[in-house]
Design a protein around this ligand. Sequence first.
Ligand SMILES: C[S@@+](CC[C@H](N)C(=O)[O-])C[C@H]1O[C@@H](n2cnc3c(N)ncnc32)[C@H](O)[C@@H]1O
Length: 367
Amino acid sequence: MPNFKINKIYNGDSAELLSNRHIFPNNSVDLIVTSPPYADRRKKQYGGPPPEKYMEWFLPLAIEFQRILKPRGSLILNIKENAGQGERHVYVLELILEMRKMEWFWIEDYIWHKRNVFPGKWPNRFRNAWEHCFHFTKQKDFRMYQDAVKVPIGDWANKRLKNLGANDRKRNMSQTDSGFSVQLTNWVGKRKVYPTNVLYLPTISANKNHCAVFPESLPTWFIKLFTQKGDVVLDPFIGSGTTAVAAIKTGRSFIGIDLSVEYIQVSRRVIREAMKSSKNQSETKPKVRGRINNKKLIITKRKADPAKIKRILKKGGYKNGEPPRGYEVHHIKPLAEGGKDTPKNIRVVKTTKHRQIHKNRRERGEE
Ligand SMILES: C[S@@+](CC[C@H](N)C(=O)[O-])C[C@H]1O[C@@H](n2cnc3c(N)ncnc32)[C@H](O)[C@@H]1O
């Protein structure tokens, strides 16, 4: 019987711990999001293998990631090749090629554009203001919830979409000869659109107890894009616990590993605080929002229990206790009105139908 424990931080070497199938069974986590030590960086704090040995160090980890990740799960690697002796190292490029040989699919290179880097001067290049976030998967059919990361369409739409000419009403090829085509009428009435693959995020975060933290918004974005509530997120180099905090705040479970006892202590503290504040939020008193037929309409803060829903779906014959692609779980009687996570109250419906049901409810002022 595997000893798979969620919401836990392990102290030790990732390669060693992850190879323990008793603790980390096959196909058990939905997302791995991590920032591994870069080659030879932060020697004083936690070290990192030399660039020429990076591959040797990383590939056994990549094998375990592949084993532990669920078939439709994703791996996000935040990394940046540092420079040495006047040029950039190539170990990150080699790593992509090696991982493809191991039958990982390299889906995308998201760019984390660091919004607030300090100025600086180097003799042969400029200050670095971005890092890779490589997206790898085990198969081409992976889970991705693009609507969860939509962004406001932006001010350009107010002006441009107000005065559409005859040409804007048909599909036009881009004037830059890029081969892309656009039809502006598609955007009319839209408030939110899909983002690009560049994430404009600050460098610093509220957590200052680690020398190489990423901002909480970074794991949060990928957690929303590739998982749903109740899913399990693993960070094998968790440092000060940023990924765990992001998972807690988005209603996911986490598992973390770090070699440093000092960082483990920091992460356990920030995790305790995040759990406490998310518990406080879910226990806030019900709000009276209005009256329907002279009855108080009470909006409770009750949340769905993802683990219970998974069990119900599994019993109902859904693989891994998850709705198929393009479908979602719907509560017939909403939780806010006392509905519960029971087989009778749960239906798996098409995402489009689900959206329509809630749109209708909002129009009727019921939510
Ligand atoms: C770039 S930092 C991660 C920082 C983290 N994303 C955060 O926001 O705090 C890399 C972390 O990997 C840890 N580490 C280095 N080698 C390790 C190993 N072999 N196994 C587990 N953790 C390791 C370091 O202690 C460090 O905290």
